[in-house]
Write a protein that binds this ligand. Structure first.
Ligand code: ADP
Ligand code: MG
Length: 830
């Protein structure tokens, strides 16, 4: 659509659809002053011309050059929000969406009714909203409702360099939506903004943009930064090292703010606490509301838990109707999801042993502020205000401060060199968060934060050799994870041919095929035709549309296997149990680690004692699962149930060998999943009471079937006596995926039972290949519930169901034979 353009002057008059108005904004003089200092302002003309002439524009500029705060204002002034459409800005992090909307409202002297934000759980959007900041997940959801995004005249995708999965998908979708809009005479613009110049994945991708979009670079003034590497690299206690280094800087170096990079909320709080103790700040001598400071130390959620702990009955976190997002998405996700590991309970349990080493020094006040995704907005806003007189500012942050937020007055950066990243377990689809080294590009971004207003210093708490081993850039998230959940989300958007989707970075073909197959066998996608020409069948196999079941599954924030269980859960009132089991399966380990020392001064005899006690506790828990054949999943359910009856206290967990953190996390997830289920099928209206009565026997049977339906591709069959070719197969199980036998672990509830068929949550390899999370399956359920995995033969040929390791199929009688034989199935509906 750019071919007819000849010049900027003509362009605007020729296109009747282009806004020609100039909306004036009444800014305060001091705001105007600080704006003029931003590099992006010098490029306003160039940017706006490019936007007028092109549907797609890429804008690169150093962090702090003014992209996020200024570009929406340029668009507003040029009239892009004066018609029916508004300006939408997406951020991968919640914290940025909220804080930027406030900042822009303030700069423009407009109310937050006009410049607003929407994140998953909250927002202040009104019918007057003209500029809307939101997380990428929120916009993705809106596309599900209105594919043409008719409310918007411009979409800005901010922080595209982060390459979050949802940002990538949004760019892919918008590359199609924008031309469609233009064709309909409802023109729309897409602006992609990045803090790095590495934008080839967007600009050179012909599938994405047939003609390369113009790239505008904003040159930022950057002062030189001296980078200081550590001689050695602390591997264990890097937060301790961070603390020491910060103290040293504060004691010895000239004035200037300090910005500390850590990996997560718990670390941030711990270092803040230690710094505050080392350099106490006299209260009451400032105008900045130091008094609230104490509140920063515990999130609201923590406070709730603290209160809750003392009550016997606790209801689940209040149901939030907005909390049904189909997307496990949204928000500055690391921090919130990382909570699975360390949010909250760390604050309560761990106090820093090393605190006493620094003597408090009130003569050197340090104004310490935390900064991370989930911090309340009022607390976040503090980092932008000048520190109280005489004190040095010290912001202890996660990588939200790397590119999303620019804090003024920073001269020193302390970089731990690590980042908390999401890792996906290909077997279980469970994601976990691990701390790992960051990339060179990120480390350089962090260093750059110190040279914004004058020459700066960056202290890297790792050696230059270690830095040399960092990857150059962080990989796009999409290449690091299985994609069945993504594929399901896209099918929910009616994108049937996911292979053809213009991903900025395409996931591997195998990953896509595997995802599609799993989803078909779970019933989330319509089955492809089984007849016709081979080629057509092949093609159809990769473009199956979503099924009604798939739509329901798509709205649960868990991996599709578990989503299937939730979708089936309403039968026989099993839902509260299914929710509890799924929540517990999603948390890595509910039992206390046998080998973890409980205190600091543990002697080996005490350790051994503890070990023995914990092992016994596990056996006791396991004993409960054996009788009911739901096996290890019954153990999970039993633990959750018992723990909640006791009010989910630390004491109960300690006495019974459970991990307190895990149990709190399960509770939180139960609340979240309950909301999700209620919003999909309000007619079911589950109310999950923390305290639930144990399931009845028939409910347990139902639960086992539901689990089988979800974990069908994790079916295993015990090897019979007569098949024992090799002694290693004794008590071994055959699975479709592995050539080797897998075993039931001695600690499993079903170790002694050795059922003929089981399903498992995952296989873990230790001394042998052990199945984890095992539950027993009645053979006759297999053809009924896993028809798609079965190969039906005559009763003579296959007297009992049989799992064929080479094809992964179960051979068995035809279903009708089962009925004729009079099998009674307490079958669930599928
Ligand atoms: P970019 O998006 O290019 O990284 P921003 O638009 O976020 O840049 O920031 C531009 C400037 O605005 C920075 O100097 C930053 O410090 C300032 N700024 C951003 N938010 C606030 C705020 N809430 N209060 C004061 N200054 C702010
Ligand atoms: Mg920005």
């Amino acid at each position: 659509e750019t071919s007819e353009e000849s010049g900027p002057a003509l362009a605007s008059s020729k296109k009747t659809s282009e806004p020609a108005i100039f909306i004036s904004v009444d800014r305060l003089p001091e705001i105007q002053d600080s704006r003029l200092r931003l590099p992006v302002l010098a490029e306003e003309q160039v940017i706006m011309e490019a936007v007028r002439e092109n549907s797609f524009v890429v804008l690169c500029g150093e962090t702090g050059s003014g992209k996020t705060t200024q570009v929406p204002q340029f668009l507003y002034e040029a009239g892009y929000a004066s018609g029916t459409g508004i300006i939408g800005v997406t951020e991968p992090r919640r914290v940025a969406a909220v804080s930027m909307s406030h900042r822009v409202a303030k700069e423009m002297n407009l109310s937050t009714r006009v410049v607003s934000y929407q994140i998953r759980y909250e927002g202040n959007v009104t019918s007057d909203t003209k500029i809307k900041f939101m997380t990428d997940g929120v916009l993705l959801k809106e596309i599900q409702k209105d594919f043409l995004l008719q409310r918007y005249s411009v979409i800005i995708i901010d922080e595209a360099h982060e390459r979050s999965v949802y940002t990538d998908i949004l760019i892919g979708l918008l590359s199609r939506i924008v031309p469609l809009r233009n064709k309909k005479g409802l023109p729309m613009k897409l602006i992609v903004m990045s803090a790095t110049l590495r934008v080839e994945d967007f600009t050179e991708n012909r599938k994405l943009f047939p003609t390369p979009p113009p790239v505008i670079k904003v040159e930022a003034r950057q002062f030189p930064v001296s980078v200081h590497f550590n001689k050695r690299t602390p591997l264990e206690d890097y937060t301790g090292e961070v603390f020491q280094k910060t103290c040293k800087i504060h004691r010895m170096l000239p004035p200037g703010g300090i910005l500390v990079f850590l990996t997560g909320q718990a670390e941030v709080h711990s270092v803040c606490r230690r710094l505050r103790r080392a350099f106490p700040f006299r209260r009451g001598n400032t105008a900045t509301g130091e008094g609230e400071e104490a509140a920063t130390d515990s999130s609201d959620e923590m406070k709730k838990f603290k209160k809750a702990k003392h009550k016997r009955t606790v209801s689940l976190p209040r149901i939030d109707l907005d909390n049904y997002s189909a997307l496990p998405v949204d928000e500055g996700d690391e921090d919130r999801l990382a909570g699975i590991d360390d949010e909250g309970s760390d604050l309560e349990l761990g106090d820093d042993a090393a605190d006493t080493e620094e003597k408090a020094d009130p003569s050197l006040p340090l104004y310490v502020l935390p900064l991370y995704s989930l911090l309340a907005p009022e607390q976040q806003a503090k980092v932008f205000r000048p520190p109280p007189h005489g004190a040095r500012l010290c912001v202890v942050a996660t990588n939200v401060a790397e590119t999303s937020l620019t804090i003024p007055g920073i001269k020193y950066v302390v970089d731990c060199g690590r980042v908390k990243k999401r890792f996906y377990d290909r077997v279980t689809g469970v994601s976990s968060f691990k701390v790992s080294w960051t990339s060179q590009a990120s480390a350089n971004q962090r260093a750059g934060r110190s040279g914004r207003t004058e020459p700066g210093h960056c202290y890297r708490l790792y050696s230059s050799a270690v830095f040399g081993d960092f990857s150059l850039f962080s990989e796009a998230e999409i290449t690091r994870r299985p994609v069945e959940d993504l594929v399901l989300q896209m099918k929910d958007l009616n994108i049937d041919k996911v292979v053809n989707f213009p991903f900025p970075t395409t996931p591997s073909a195998e990953a896509l095929v595997a995802a599609e197959q799993l989803l078909v066998s779970l019933g989330a996608l319509e089955e492809p035709p089984r007849t016709g020409r081979v080629k057509e069948m092949e093609r159809a196999r990769l473009s199956c549309p979503i099924s009604p079941l798939g739509r329901a599954m798509a709205s649960f924030p868990v991996s599709p296997r578990y989503a299937k269980m939730l979708a089936l859960g309403k039968q026989q009132d099993c839902l509260p149990y299914v929710i509890a089991v799924v929540a517990a399966m999603t948390v890595r380990e509910i039992f206390e680690d046998l080998d973890r020392p409980a205190g600091s001064e543990d002697e080996s005899s005490k350790l051994a004692q503890r070990r023995a006690r914990l092992a016994q506790m596990r056996r006791l828990w396991a004993g409960q699962g054996a009788s009911l054949l739901l096996g290890d999943l019954m153990v999970l359910l039993g633990a959750v149930g018992a723990c909640e009856f006791a009010g989910c206290t630390l004491k109960f967990c300690e006495e019974n060998g459970l991990r307190y953190k895990a149990m709190l996390e399960i509770r939180r997830l139960r609340g979240q999943l309950t909301n999700a289920v209620n919003s999909v099928c309000p007619e079911v209206g589950v109310f999950v009471d923390c305290k639930m009565a144990p399931p009845t026997e028939s409910q347990v049977v139902c639960l086992r079937q539901i689990v089988l339906a979800g974990l069908g591709d994790h079916l295993a069959r015990r090897v019979q006596q007569e098949e024992l070719l090799d002694p290693k197969w004794r008590n071994g199980y055959k699975t479709p995926l592995l050539d080797e036998p897998v075993y039931i672990h001695p600690s499993s509830a079903l170790f002694k039972t050795l059922p003929q068929f089981v399903v498992y949550q995952e296989v873990l390899e230790t001394t042998k290949m052990y199945m984890r999370g095992v539950s027993a399956v009645e053979p006759e359920w297999v053809p009924q519930l896993l028809t798609q995995y079965c190969h039906f033969g005559s009763p003579l040929e296959t007297p009992s169901p049989w799992l064929c390791a080479s094809t992964g199929r179960v051979k068995c009688h035809s279903t009708s034979t089962f009925f004729r034989c009079g099998w009674q199935l307490p079958a669930i509906e599928m």
